[in-house]
Design a protein around this ligand. Structure first.
Ligand SMILES: Cc1cc2nc3c(=O)[nH]c(=O)nc-3n(C[C@H](O)[C@H](O)[C@H](O)COP(=O)(O)OP(=O)(O)OC[C@H]3O[C@@H](n4cnc5c(N)ncnc54)[C@H](O)[C@@H]3O)c2cc1C
Length: 419
């Protein structure tokens, strides 16, 4: 039985020289058969396994991960959590996800460093101010929080910004106070520990190499680098590798894989209290609890499965940073890294049954899937357990691309690299 983390346990272990800690989850060999196999041990796969066990009582579940937990995008993102969407299909889903985030540390008994410090989207033209006002109204009508901030308010709250830049003056902003950041790999570890506690087997260093079906097309199992596992239900949660793994079951998806980079500077004393986004280019920045400024911008612009980016995007990102906050120009960059993004044609995710009986799909998270982790696991577990979409994720079905009911939040059309 896994112990409950508490201040008393911490004190006891401090006095015992930290000799009493046990692994946070087991390291089991795969069984021959499971009721459900989840492919991908990122945030979404682990959350799905947790909610399958907790909400639906399905505990004979394996999460099969080709690398180590936290090695995928769940540990590579810029950790922004928010629910500031406008289209009803997205709003319903992301509001639920944010509500789940708000109780998650207590539920998982794990410090996720959830910090609702507010997300401020800056507007640089009058048109953008109008657009944000429309979005804020839609958010408030739906019950999410939103405020429009004037340039004076922004100057008082975020003094380091260059508000009067000749090219990109700040005309106002949309503040979403319940948004913020959370510790990304902590989310993977917290869900892993809680799922393991409920009986889920987490199998690392185990790649799924084939998906098996019977002559009627039903799922019968998966082949892995640790042998064959029989199951009647396979849930895919492999993020940037969604189209590759889905192809193993004969599915061709409206998804392209692109590369996104992120950056962190050396540590500073606190200078930035919120998450700030720059709408004149595409740039977002926050300060980690260690003091580093964490930021990112756009995709590298071509299809790729490599998890490292190129220098032109480094330059582009540095330009955006300097346009917005010239005072950070002398900071040294500590690290930058990349992740592979499963970009859909409308920029919205997919949580769905498929035409292959027993195959369920979770993917297309573009570069917004971290904030979706709890909501995604919640809805996907429901879809797998009941063979139908959860009402709050009903608009995220795969068949929307056949019926023309896309959720194009950015309004950029079927151009995945622009979402
Ligand atoms: C640089 C960057 C910044 C981002 N910033 C944000 C942000 O600020 N806010 C936000 O909401 N989102 C952000 N995202 C997006 C977010 O990180 C992803 O959408 C989300 O993490 C994807 O879900 P996941 O956690 O399950 O993915 P992953 O952690 O990638 O999990 C998928 C797992 O599947 C495994 N896998 C793949 N193929 C196989 C196979 N054949 N067999 C077994 N296992 C397999 C992989 O090894 C991987 O561990 C960002 C992403 C990146 C890269």
């Amino acid at each position: 039985m896994m112990s409950q983390y508490s201040v008393f346990q911490l004190l006891r272990e401090t006095l015992r020289g930290h000799t009493g800690w046990r692994p946070a989850w087991r390291d089991p060999a795969p069984k021959q058969r499971y009721d459900v196999v989840i492919v991908g041990g990122g945030g979404h796969g682990l959350a799905t396994a947790y909610y399958l066990a907790k909400e639906h009582g399905i505990t004979n579940v394996a999460v099969v991960e080709k690398g180590y937990l936290g090695g995928g995008n769940v540990g590579r993102n810029t950790t922004i959590v928010r629910a500031n969407y406008m289209l009803p299909g997205n709003q319903r889903f992301y509001s639920k996800s944010l509500a789940l985030w708000e109780g998650l540390e207590q539920e998982l008994n794990f410090n996720l460093m959830m910090s609702q410090r507010g997300v401020l989207n800056l507007a640089h033209t009058d048109g953008q101010v109008d657009m944000f006002a429309r979005r804020a109204n839609a958010m408030r009508l739906h019950g999410d929080d939103a405020e429009i901030w004037s340039p004076e308010k922004i100057a008082a709250e975020v003094p380091m910004l260059d508000l009067d830049s000749a090219r990109f003056p700040v005309r106002g902003g949309l503040m979403h106070k319940r948004g913020g950041t959370a510790r990304h790999d902590g989310v993977a570890w917290g869900y892993a520990r809680a799922a393991d506690r409920l009986g889920v087997d987490i199998i690392q260093n185990c790649e799924v190499t084939a998906i098996e079906r019977d002559p009627q097309g039903r799922i019968t199992g998966v082949d892995t680098t640790k042998g064959r596992i029989k199951t009647g239900k396979v849930g895919l949660a492999v993020a940037g590798h969604t189209s590759q793994v889905a192809q193993m079951a004969g599915l061709r998806l409206p998804i392209e894989t692109h590369l996104l980079q992120a950056f962190v500077t050396e540590g500073l004393k606190p200078i930035l209290d919120q998450v700030v986004t720059f709408a004149a280019g595409h740039f977002y920045i926050s300060q980690s609890d260690k003091g580093g400024l964490v930021f990112g911008s756009s995709l590298d612009g071509y299809n790729s499965y490599t998890a490292r980016g190129n220098l032109p995007m480094v330059e582009h990102t540095a330009e955006a940073a300097m346009s917005l906050m010239p005072c950070i120009g002398r900071l040294r960059l500590l690290r930058h890294w990349g992740g592979v993004m499963d970009m859909t044609m409308d920029g919205s995710p997919i949580i769905s049954t498929t035409h292959v009986p027993g195959l369920y799909l979770n993917g297309g998270w573009c570069y917004g899937g971290f904030k979706a982790t709890p909501g995604s696991g919640w809805c996907f577990a429901h879809t797998i357990a009941r063979d139908q979409p959860h009402p709050i994720g009903a608009d995220l079905r795969l068949d929307r691309f056949m019926t023309g009911r896309e959720l194009d939040e950015a309004g950029t059309g079927a151009q995945p690299n622009l979402h």
